[in-house]
Ligand binder design. Structure first.
Ligand code: BGC
Length: 734
């Protein structure tokens, strides 16, 4: 009895102590300012730069300032042990933990599908699960910062890095990007959101001036960042390479100081991209940390935030308060995300991570067209010809800093050459070892499957003629430091597919690209599957979709134009010039990016934003909409087909007080068995119904009173039900 009394007393005491400690736990801001005050100037200056590790493939030697024993990665900043500040170690990023030659002994990471595949899943929960897995794989290597969360909008279908982003819509990109960050940061690993902002083309990216109307910018690319920041509080924002309206992103006083830190009240820190800081003065304009300082030496001839910034400080040109602010912002994120209180790294289950990669691919593969050819019959001894795409080896992945070396290595790697800058040397066709051919053979034991490499149209046509059905693969290498001049498939693949389709009308095409392509053969084939860069389990997911083991549910997060003539910029400025040519790109479409542009211009794209077919069918009913401060829509979706599947009903604004204006207001991925229904409610973020009015000072969002037309659709091009909602006039937010 006495023992029990003692125990309960001890318990009470512990609870009281924990409570007191909790009550007194200082905020990350308070801790940051306390630590910063104890620092010497040398310590302050040490925290505001990072060094890139040795990258033999692009000729970056080991920097002697990185101590022996440090695991090489994209960024290293020494810690301050006497104050409990850990070293900062950053790695790329969104598709998994990368290793572009830094760590010869690293056994490889999970190569997740590209972000555009996550975007196609329209599944925020899955984006989060992917983030958790990436965070764990980072932690196990000692990396406490992931350079993930790429949320530039796909403004241009030629942009080499669109696969690293989620799509063309700010709400959708903001929501999915936020969940990747939330997943990573849940593992006590800081994540960035990048590349702030308008780094939407790679052509001459270090010399590219992106011109945009400031209000339209707030309603598009900046809105994606604003939404993602609100939902995930990323520890860092990475500024891009380009200029915006004349000022470089990394030194853009308006966008960093006034918008990000001012209007939005962002409390974390801004790190530059690698080789994006020509001037020390960027410290005055809002940049808090210079990344990969050796890359600035290569790009601009000198480091910015070491000797030059120290000299400016000594001369009184960099105020002490600003130096303190830079340091405090970094420390705040260290404390807010908890990278200073790591216990043992959580266990990493690589088989489970492969399952997550597989789930993303299954949900992100988009069935674009199906004239009854899919799913393939599994119970007949079909003669199947598989053509091209190195399908006997694996699936391609995007190239550049985001490419992940999988466990066991690539199934193939071919240097293409011809790209530019530091990343030019790594413009490679990388094949992840997940062979669609092998997976098809496994799922179709009754079939006779023959492979043809797609070497010439004539040769491929021979196999097509003797097959019952042909599955032709089309691949493309896309990546960092180059845009694609057009929408064709390289290496004559369009001609091969055309020849195959002419020889056998029962042809199915699987595209593994990071962007829309033109598909000149599209009317000659029975089905088209957009598999993007589907990651290390991509071959399996492709085979499962083709055979109906998985019911496709991906939806396009980027519209596929008929041709470049339909897009805002049929000609891409600077594409014809040598790398390094100052280039101006006018994003005159403003906020009318992608599907918004096509709606405004009355263009019918080849495949609309949000489009994706299924092996079942869905019906919508009871569409009700209410107005007031924002639009709230309710409806019921029913699986009216014969197999289970997932639908992604989408709510759009189509007209605002008589003005044609297309905006995705919300979506939900709904899984339903045949006959089942679900009632869904979508409440729109009012900024999607507003215009940004930058006239008075920094501006606010403004809703004009009147009638707003709203539609429930299967895609931006297939609106099923419409309704009207009255909205009240108001000015709000920042
Ligand atoms: C890319 C960034 C990347 C950085 C570090 C740059 O080339 O633009 O996205 O995080 O390298 O590897």
């Amino acid at each position: 009895m006495q023992e029990i009394r003692h125990l309960s007393l001890a318990c009470l005491l512990t609870i009281a102590l924990i409570g007191a400690a909790q009550g007194q736990t200082p905020s990350p801001d308070a801790r940051a300012s306390e630590t910063e005050q104890k620092m010497t100037d040398d310590e302050r200056f040490s925290l505001i730069v990072s060094l890139i590790g040795a990258v033999p493939s692009i000729g970056v030697p080991r920097d002697q300032r990185i101590p022996a024993g440090v695991n090489m990665s994209a960024g290293y900043t020494p810690g301050i042990p006497r104050l409990g500040v850990p070293a900062l170690q950053s790695s790329d990023a969104s598709m998994g933990v990368t290793n572009p030659g830094y760590r010869p002994d690293d056994k490889g990471a999970t190569a997740f599908p590209a972000s555009i595949v996550v975007g196609s899943s329209f599944n925020p929960q899955l984006a989060r699960e992917g983030g958790v897995a990436i965070g764990r794989e980072a932690r196990m290597r000692g990396f406490n910062i992931m350079l993930a969360g790429g949320i530039n909008l796909a403004r241009d279908v030629r942009n080499g890095r669109n696969f690293e982003y989620y799509g063309e819509d700010p709400f959708h990109s903001g929501v999915l990007g936020a969940e990747q960050v939330n997943g990573i940061q849940s593992q006590q690993v800081i994540s960035t959101l990048k590349h702030y902002t308008l780094n939407n083309n790679e052509t001459n990216r270090h010399w590219l001036d992106a011109i945009v109307d400031p209000n339209a910018h707030r309603e598009s690319d900046l809105l994606a960042f604003q939404i993602a920041i609100e939902r995930s509080e990323p520890g860092a924002i990475m500024s891009g390479y380009n200029k915006i309206n004349g000022d470089y992103a990394s030194g853009n006083h308006h966008l960093l100081n006034e918008v990000l830190k001012g209007a939005w009240g962002y409390k974390g820190y801004v790190m530059s991209d690698w080789g994006a800081v020509p001037e020390w003065e960027y410290a005055l304009n809002g940049l808090d940390q210079e990344s990969g300082i050796q890359m600035d030496v290569r790009q601009w001839g000198a480091e910015a935030f070491t000797d030059r910034l120290r000299a400016a400080y000594a001369a009184g040109k960099l105020p002490k308060a600003r130096l303190s602010d830079m340091v405090r912002r970094i420390l705040r994120s260290v404390y807010a995300v908890g990278i200073d209180t790591w216990g043992p790294a959580p266990a990493v289950d690589m088989a489970r991570h492969n399952d997550i990669a597989l789930a993303i691919a299954r949900q992100g593969i988009v069935l674009l067209k199906n004239d009854g050819a899919l799913p393939l019959a599994t119970n007949r001894p079909l003669k199947i010809g598989v053509v091209g795409g190195y399908a006997q080896l694996g699936v391609p992945t995007g190239t550049g800093s985001g490419a992940v070396l999988p466990a066991g290595g690539y199934a193939g790697s071919v240097n293409i050459g011809g790209a530019h800058g530091a990343m030019g040397a790594t413009r490679n066709l990388y094949l992840l070892p997940s062979s669609p051919l092998a997976e098809l053979k496994q799922l179709l034991p009754q079939a006779q499957i023959e492979f043809d490499g797609g070497y010439t149209p004539a040769e491929s046509a021979l196999l097509a003629r003797r097959s019952d059905v042909v599955i032709a693969f089309g691949i493309r290498v896309e990546g960092e430091a180059f845009d694609l001049p057009d929408l064709s498939l390289p290496w004559g693949q369009d001609a091969v597919i055309d020849a195959v389709a002419m020889a056998n009308p029962n042809t199915i095409v699987v595209l593994e690209t990071g962007n829309p392509v033109s598909m000149p053969w599209r009317d000659k084939v029975k089905a088209i599957v957009q598999a993007w860069y589907p990651g290390q389990a991509g071959g399996q997911a492709i085979a499962e979709v083709l055979t109906g083991k998985v019911n496709p549910s991906g939806r396009l997060p980027i519209a596929f134009p008929e041709s470049l003539a339909q897009t805002p910029r049929p000609e891409l400025p600077g594409i014809e010039t040598p790398w390094g040519t100052p280039t101006t790109i006018r994003y005159d479409e403003g906020a009318e990016v992608g599907y918004r542009w096509y709606a405004q211009k009355n263009h019918k794209p080849l495949y609309a934003f949000g489009h994706g077919l299924s092996y079942t069918s869905f019906d919508y009913k009871d569409f009700k909409v209410s107005g007031g401060e924002t639009v709230t829509a309710t409806f019921t979706v029913t699986n009216t087909g014969k197999v289970a599947g997932a639908d992604v009903p989408q709510i759009y604004l189509t007209d605002a007080t008589g003005e044609r204006r297309m905006r995705l207001l919300g979506f939900e991925r709904v899984e339903l068995v045949p006959g089942a229904s679900k009632t869904v409610t979508v409440k729109a973020d009012p900024r999607l119904l507003a215009r940004f009015d930058g006239q008075n000072g920094l501006g606010q969002w403004r809703i004009t009173e009147g009638t707003y037309r709203v539609a429930l659709g299967k895609s931006a091009g297939e609106l099923a039900l419409t309704a009207e909602a009255p909205l009240t006039a108001r000015v709000f937010g920042k």
